[in-house]
Write a protein that binds this ligand. Structure first.
Ligand code: SAM
Length: 272
């Protein structure tokens, strides 16, 4: 467990730039689709939102712009410092270093909890259910959790798209991923991610239900567009961007296609 958390911290401290990932290229599809889906559930009016695994605050920023109150929690100090640099002083913003398994937040104090990241990195099922349960604890009755996972098939499709799959060592990693969802990058190869768990689409709802939540739906985030690199320039054009986003929206709930999306999103409600 702590080895897992150490690997995750190391990865995010040194290897990725979460601040730019969603602001350019195909990452923008993930940003805009998550925005679209989260807004559907927050509705009109100001809500208390907990952004768990919020990194440097890419989602917190637009949530604050939508007049919500946002508390960001992240395991990685560097991320929380970056979020504070950008958002400190914006009315309604606060942040703390913390773990999704033990949130530094009072019971029933939030209207919505975003888990956009923490479930990616927990291989043990009981620990994942504990994260869902912790989200339920801090939600007020009727509040929603919006949780994202990486698809079981993501490394296979990523390997095809970016050529890693032609390396036998990567194919062995993919074999393991497809077998039980446990992803390892034992030799720290750049671009091969870190210790992670890749969900089958149907697993998310079962985990949430086991934590006592009422599951509303599981959706595909990017659809096939998430794998098509040459679409990135299209996103600079408003009309073309809408075509790409609508292509994802059109099949977001199609069970036979869910696992094709790089990311899956499950929405669940704390019972009244
Ligand atoms: C891929 S990033 C996602 C960042 C952002 N939420 C987004 O959607 O782009 C995953 C984030 O989750 C954080 N994280 C991973 N495990 C966590 C845990 N157990 N508790 C809190 N944050 C965690 C990481 O530090 C990282 O900032």
């Amino acid at each position: 467990m702590s080895e897992e958390a150490d690997a995750v911290r190391r990865h995010y401290e040194t290897e990725t730039d979460e601040d730019t990932r969603l602001r350019g290229g195909l990452g923008r599809i993930e940003l805009w689709r998550v925005q679209d889906m989260v807004r559907r559930y927050l509705g009109a009016g100001s809500r208390r939102v907990l952004d768990v695994g919020g990194a440097s605050g890419v989602h917190s920023e637009w949530l604050l712009g939508d007049s919500h109150t946002v508390h960001l929690v992240d395991l990685v100090e560097r991320h929380v410092a970056a979020a504070r640099d950008r958002l400190e002083g914006v009315p309604g913003f606060s942040a703390s270093v913390g773990d999704a398994r033990q949130l530094p937040v009072a019971d029933a104090s939030q209207d919505a909890v975003l888990l956009l990241g923490p479930l990616y990195h927990v291989q043990d099922r009981e620990d994942r259910v504990a994260i869902w349960r912790e989200a339920a604890r801090v939600l007020s009755p009727g509040g929603v959790v919006v949780a994202m996972a990486i698809s079981r098939f993501a490394s296979l499709f990523d390997g095809l798209t970016h050529g890693y799959l032609f390396d036998p060592e990567f194919r062995a990693v993919v074999d393991a991923d497809l077998t039980d969802g446990r992803h390892e990058n034992a030799h720290g190869r750049p671009g091969w991610f870190t210790t992670a768990y890749f969900h089958r689409p149907e697993e998310l709802a079962v985990e949430a239900a086991d934590a006592g939540l009422d599951v509303l739906e599981t959706l595909g985030v990017e659809g096939i567009a998430g794998w098509i690199d040459h679409l990135a320039p299209r996103l600079d054009d408003a009309a073309d961007r809408e075509v790409v986003l609508e292509a994802a929206r059109r099949v977001e709930a199609e069970p036979s296609l869910l696992g094709l999306s790089p990311h899956l999103l499950c929405v669940a409600r704390r019972p009244d």
